[in-house]
Design a protein around this ligand. Structure first.
Ligand code: GLU
Length: 461
């Protein structure tokens, strides 16, 4: 069997979202799992709608997610000469023909067909046939080039997701493959690229299913066997609409900025259309070991942010403190916080309560920065009645060794002396020091805090 070669071929006409990037994840995973190659191709021929900013989101998003490519990025706009060369060859072989039908004539044809309840299609007026007399070539009209689609019979392929798919050739009219100015059209460029790039497996969204029979016919006309196809069902948003920028889908890079972990994203997106038994949480390595095209789902998958957050939380808490420290550092630096060597231990202490790196950074800011309590929490916990106990605690804190056991002992002594229960003292201490009443155990928190800062905060009672 030949070496597996897959590709991701996004059009940079909008910011790539999670639904799009899943169409990168699967071909990437398939190439990796088969020791093959993964190729990135930017389909930028729609010059009006393509933007560099959209290309940047593709490149940044893929890099962030670790979907590395082996070849490319290739830009279709830079391959125009090659397409024109293939067009010329096809013309020389009689595989395409010029069509001079004007837009008005095409419109009129379509209206007639619709009125007759027929499917609108080009009627082959300019298709040369043995013995057929073509209309006179109109003057001053630049023709389009149409592909001579086979007549009769059907196009069949064994889709890795949809199973056997069949289109009758009579449903496919002769596709325009070059515009009057000679520029090639979409379906044609895709085939030339897939041939030149030796693509063995095309894994893409099922919005392309109707293009596939046309592309297969062009492959065969060029003397090539088409690749294996897998058409992935749509990703729906939380409202059940097709995920799209128009429906408010966020760019992939938004999830990076919101503190999601690449491995968790890969895990979540992997499950959005593929399964390995009931496994929900898995590593990237595990995914690559398991991934195959035989377990792709057939029905549309629905994005669920709460589930994504849960998956992220599972990955986050499985990471060692020092790894998390490294990952959360950029988010803390963005906030201008000065960090120190307590960071790893703090990450270990706090990670169980965080769904994202941003949430972890929010917690850490309570240590490295200054996050005031809400008015309501302050009112509730910082009462005149508690002040003497807090002051007594602060006094003890000045003298002890600054470790968890000594802090716990000091707390106990003050509780006994003031006849209080732990929460009655711990809550005000938390509100004073960290600006929040609910935290992990207060002695563990305090141990990792700067004593001077703690004393300054307790003095505010
Ligand atoms: N450029 C197409 C898109 O973004 C994908 C084409 C393909 O995968 O064949 O939808």
């Amino acid at each position: 069997m030949s070496r597996v070669r897959t590709r991701f071929a996004p059009s940079p006409t909008g910011f790539i979202h999670l639904g799009n990037i899943r169409s990168a994840l699967y071909p990437w995973a398939f190439a990796r799992s088969q020791q093959g190659d993964f190729i990135l191709r930017i389909e930028d021929t729609d010059q009006e709608r393509s933007t560099q900013a959209a290309v940047d989101v593709i490149l940044e998003g893929m890099e962030w997610l670790g979907l590395s490519h082996d070849e490319g990025p290739f830009y279709q706009m830079q391959r125009m000469e090659r397409y024109k060369q293939v067009l010329a060859e096809m013309q020389a072989q009689g595989l395409v023909y010029p069509c001079y039908m004007s837009v008005q004539e095409l419109d009129a044809l379509r209206e007639r067909q619709m009125a007759n309840k027929e499917k609108p299609r080009y009627d082959g007026t300019w298709r040369p046939e043995p013995g057929k007399v073509l209309p006179a070539v109109p003057e001053g009209v630049q023709p389009v080039l149409r592909f001579k689609n086979p007549q009769g019979g059907s196009v069949v392929w064994d889709d890795k997701v949809k199973g056997r798919v069949e289109f009758s050739n009579d449903e496919l009219d002769d596709l325009v493959i070059a515009r009057p100015d000679g520029t090639p059209t979409y379906n044609f460029c895709v085939v030339v690229d897939d041939i030149d790039m030796d693509i063995t497996h095309v894994i893409r969204g099922d919005d392309h299913v109707n293009n596939t029979p046309r592309q297969i016919n062009i492959f065969r006309a060029l003397g090539k066997e088409p690749p294996v196809y897998a058409h992935l069902p749509t990703v729906l948003n939380e409202l059940g609409e097709k995920m799209s920028k128009r429906h408010g889908a966020k760019p992939v890079t938004w999830y990076r900025d919101a503190g999601f972990l690449p491995d968790a994203m890969v895990n979540y997106l992997a499950r959005l259309g593929w399964s390995h038994g009931d496994d929900e949480i898995f590593s990237r390595a595990q995914f690559l070991e398991w991934f195959d095209l035989d377990h792709l789902g057939r029905s549309a998958a629905q994005f669920d942010e709460a589930k994504l957050r849960w998956v992220n939380a599972q990955h986050l808490k499985a990471l060692a403190g020092e790894v998390l420290a490294q990952k959360v550092t950029p988010y803390l630096q963005q906030r201008g916080l000065q960090l120190d060597d307590r960071l790893s231990a703090l990450c270990d202490l706090l990670k169980d309560r965080c769904e994202t790196l941003v949430a972890l950074a929010d917690w850490l800011e309570r240590f490295y920065g200054d996050v005031p309590a809400s008015e309501a929490e302050w009112q509730q916990h910082i009462t005149p009645a508690i002040a003497p106990a807090v002051q007594a605690l602060a006094e003890k804190f000045q003298a002890i060794e600054w470790n968890k056991a000594a802090i716990a002992a000091a707390l106990k002594e003050v509780l006994a002396a003031h006849q209080l229960k732990m929460p009655q003292l711990a809550m005000p201490v938390r509100v004073l020091v960290y600006g929040i009443a609910q935290t992990p155990s207060v002695d563990a928190m305090l141990e990792l805090s700067d004593r001077k800062k703690v004393l300054d905060k307790l003095a505010k009672v």
